[in-house]
Design a protein around this ligand. Structure first.
Ligand SMILES: [Zn+2]
Length: 139
């Protein structure tokens, strides 16, 4: 496995580590005309079709917005996916880093963390992002 295929290699176009921690920020665009946030980055605003977008970053803090549990494939575990809402209103879909019986409540504070997708079929293992219940101080 070459260094470019390490499972811990994050998708650089999508995210960056937040200040040396294990938390991530999502690389997004902000429309200077209507303030819409877009993830991943886009040159054209999906809300007003303007091209006046600038780079911004979302997170790591967000609010749990919705989820669904996808049935297990084969012998695997069910996969929890959902959405989180960031400051400024952007709603982003992603994996939820939680067991099926420990999913955050809607509106609960979550944070963006790395999430390893194991190799499957012809696909290499890769690291994307997930939303995880924000750890409470002292926990
Ligand atoms: Zn716009």
């Amino acid at each position: 496995m070459s260094p470019d295929q390490r499972p811990d290699l994050i998708i650089a176009e999508w995210m960056e580590y937040a200040g040396g921690s294990e938390l991530l920020r999502l690389l997004a665009s902000r429309c200077e005309d209507c303030e819409t946030r877009v993830f991943p980055r886009a040159a054209t605003c999906p809300s007003c079709s303007g091209r006046n977008t600038v780079d911004t970053a979302l997170g790591p803090d967000a609010e749990f917005y919705s989820f669904t549990v996808m049935p297990a494939r084969g012998d695997g575990e069910p996969t929890v996916v959902g959405q989180a809402r960031f400051e400024g209103g952007a709603v982003v879909r992603g994996y939820i880093d939680a067991d099926e019986d420990a999913i955050p409540s809607i509106g609960e504070a979550v944070e963006v963390v790395p999430f390893v997708l194991p190799a499957a079929g012809d696909l290499e293992a890769a690291t994307t992002f997930a939303f995880r219940r924000k750890e409470q101080a002292g926990a």
